[in-house]
Ligand binder design. Structure first.
Ligand code: ADP
Ligand code: MG
Length: 343
């Protein structure tokens, strides 16, 4: 299944109220009729929080809430984006000048991440433009992955506008990589489930290589997903990347402790694979190698035999190394030892 491309369906727009509404709004905004519609779902994760970027398997399932985009390819080499939600301002840009500003994660940048991923995959410099009307109903910044649904939807929009095809697995990998243009260093779960989800089943998602296995949900089971209404905008703050960085630092310290080529290591799972040990053995090694008290940047540098400058520029992400963005992250490794916790 995963080797296939995403499903295409012929639908009668008149029979689908949401599509009909989108079509009418598209007509009133752009003065034309959409040529096609693309959707990508959000997700809820059942098992495995914050371990996909460590290389470990996760168990998400898609939710009904999704990103839906009505599209009309045009010859003007301009991308015009309008959102049904007036909170998200109109945007347009030339296809030849795609700029994704990591310091300002505005909504259109997520679309551009998906666009750029496909543009790069096919090494295309001259793409045709498109008019898009975006309609999302995933609560934003609430942990249901509205951002990845938008990136994945935009990737599929671009692919479809080009008349090209790719497997769901490759699309997931492209979009996982291209969402990082917004600045968050995610592991790939969200994009994988957005493309690989199937009705009635959760998916065990494993990485390197990416694969998805059905995990049947008990029939009749109801999952209640409660919204705390507390939002966390992952790209506008450093919290998400701090956790990724902590895990990356732990992986490097463990690798160094075990005399592995630590500078090539990025994820904890790589250390485990290189050592050829079980998870239980990894735990014992971790207890031997790392102490539970916070690490200072100096201590990390001394363990890895690198300078503070090398730590900042070669290991930390932009929003965990300088003072421009984060609520807490910027000076974190200097001022707040907690952030360098490695356990
Ligand atoms: P999430 O947990 O939902 O993925 P993120 O903080 O990663 O949270 O991403 C949220 C961002 O995704 C929003 O700030 C907005 O830029 C974008 N987004 C979410 N929903 C929509 C939407 N309906 N239309 C446009 N952009 C959206
Ligand atoms: Mg997100």
């Amino acid at each position: 299944m995963a080797a296939e491309g995403p499903a295409t369906r012929l639908v009668q727009v008149a029979e689908h109220p949401r599509l009909l509404k989108l079509k009418d709004m598209f007509n009133s905004k752009f003065g034309s009729i959409p040529k096609f519609y693309v959707r990508a779902p959000g997700r809820v994760n059942i098992i495995g929080e914050h371990i996909d970027y460590c290389g470990y398997a996760v168990l998400p399932m898609a939710v009904e809430q999704d990103m839906l985009i009505a599209v009309e390819p045009v010859k003007t080499q301009t991308i015009r984006l309008i959102n049904t939600n007036p909170l998200y301002p109109d945007f347009s840009t030339s296809v030849n000048n795609i700029q994704i500003d990591k310091t300002k994660p505005q909504w259109h940048n997520y679309f551009l991440c998906g666009f750029k991923g496909i543009q790069e995959r096919f090494c295309l410099s001259n793409l045709t433009g498109m008019n898009c009307l975006v309609d999302g109903n995933i609560p934003p910044s609430s942990g249901l992955s509205s951002s990845s649904a938008l990136v994945c939807c935009a990737g599929l929009v671009t692919l479809t506008a080009l008349g090209m095809s790719l497997s769901k697995v490759e699309l997931a990998e492209i979009c996982a990589k291209s969402e990082r243009y917004i600045g968050t260093e995610g592991g790939g779960m969200d994009q994988s489930i957005s493309f690989l989800a199937e009705e009635g089943t959760a998916k065990l998602i494993e990485f390197s290589p990416l694969r998805a296995t059905d995990v049947k949900l008990p029939s009749g089971a109801v999952f209640v997903i409660a919204n705390s209404c507390v939002e966390m905008n992952k790209a506008a703050t450093s919290y998400f990347n701090i956790r990724v960085t902590e895990c990356r630092l732990a992986a490097k310290l463990l690798a160094k402790y075990k005399s592995l080529q630590w500078d090539e290591v990025l994820r904890l799972e790589e250390v485990q694979a290189k050592l050829g040990v079980s998870l239980e053995e990894m735990l014992l090694i971790t207890e031997d190698a790392l102490h539970p008290e916070p690490y200072s940047p100096e201590e990390i540098c001394s363990c890895l035999e690198i300078s503070l400058e090398e730590l900042r520029t070669q290991i930390l992400s932009p929003n965990t190394q300088d003072g421009s963005l984060g609520l807490k992250g910027p000076d974190l490794l200097e001022q707040d030892g907690e952030a360098a916790r490695c356990q």
